[in-house]
Design a protein around this ligand. Structure first.
Ligand SMILES: C[S@@+](CC[C@H](N)C(=O)[O-])C[C@H]1O[C@@H](n2cnc3c(N)ncnc32)[C@H](O)[C@@H]1O
Length: 302
């Protein structure tokens, strides 16, 4: 069994999503876990906040240099040292003891709302009456259903999606939001991402959930960005970093029908002004604000 590498990065826990995204983009990354966690008989007994553990199958770049550069870029965008954490990095080569199995053992069913549960594909789960389950194996893609930003979009979909709606999921990652949209009654869903490695992961997840990959009442996943899409949708969701939302807000608006709804997530509360500025710039109206811990999401209309 091939050995693997573990990076331990000291971060402010609020930066989990941002640093995970950087790792998936630049490294041969198989998974990330926030915090040192100690398990006894699969029950978590302790965590230490603030360490991101990143599992790499190979090191073909210099992770320390890349993280240093990315941290500087975030500082240029206005993040303070305190917001970022130190990003001190240690790298260990580990003997492979089937770590991916151990990593998987740490996941359990996530109850996002009364009605929605996310079930890791390797667990069996008996849904409650009327409960929607999403069976998921995120592979290398973001979107396990455990992150607040994903859950905020899921809550917006549950609250505002109407039966028969057409949906666009910009930055679909594991495909979790697209699959939920379909299970909540969407007619068709179009998901796109800039990361080609997530396309097959998302398709496999759709199939695991009995959702067909088709233009005809199914889901389509492809490599694309909102600016290249010419169709218009009843419901658009985008769970992407606040600075990306700032840049693409006009493109997101262009793919909304006049009566359409846009769910924006991926926003730390302290960065909400950046997204609010783009909402104002594009003359969008805030219909709802949903928060969870240090994260905020906006539901907007034209
Ligand atoms: C935070 S993840 C969200 C995944 C999933 N939708 C969820 O809610 O859990 C953000 C995803 O957006 C993708 N992404 C980043 N910038 C993008 C852009 N400009 N257009 C489309 N996708 C983008 C990333 O590759 C990543 O898969």
């Amino acid at each position: 069994m091939q050995n693997y590498y573990e990076l331990k990065i000291s971060i402010n826990p609020d930066m989990e999503e941002i640093v995970s995204d950087i790792c998936f983009t630049h490294f041969r990354c198989e998974g990330v876990v926030l915090a040192e966690e100690t398990y006894k008989d699969l029950v978590m007994t302790a965590t230490t906040q603030g360490t991101l553990r990143v599992f790499l199958t190979e090191i073909d770049t210099n992770p320390i240099e890349i993280l240093k550069t990315e941290r500087e870029l975030l500082k240029d965008r206005g993040f303070s040292d305190e917001e970022l954490g130190s990003w001190e990095v240690t790298i260990d080569e580990k003997e492979n003891q089937d770590w991916s199995k151990k990593w998987k053992e740490k996941w359990d069913v996530t109850h996002v709302t009364e009605k929605i549960a996310v079930v890791p594909s390797w667990l069996s789960y008996e849904p409650k009456e009327n409960e929607i389950t999403i069976i998921l194996d995120p592979g290398c893609a973001f979107g396990t259903g455990t992150h607040q930003t994903t859950q905020l979009c899921m809550k917006a979909l549950e609250k505002y999606l109407k039966n028969g709606d057409t949906v666009a999921d910009i930055g679909m990652g594991s495909g979790i939001l697209s699959i939920l949209a379909k299970k909540l009654g969407a007619k068709t869903v179009y998901g796109c991402d800039i990361d080609e490695t997530v396309i097959d992961v998302a398709k496999e997840n759709a199939i695991k959930n009995g959702v067909k990959i088709s233009n005809d009442n199914g889901i389509i996943f492809e490599l694309n960005t909102a600016d290249k899409i010419t169709r218009k949708f009843d419901f658009v969701c985008a769970n992407i970093l606040h600075n990306v939302l700032f840049e693409i807000m006009g493109d997101l608006k262009n793919i909304m029908k006049d009566s359409g709804i846009l769910s924006l997530s991926g926003i730390l509360k302290e960065k909400q002004d950046i997204v609010l500025e783009a909402i104002r710039r594009e003359n969008l109206k805030i219909k709802d604000t949903i928060t969870q811990d240090q994260w905020i999401s906006f539901v907007v209309t034209k």
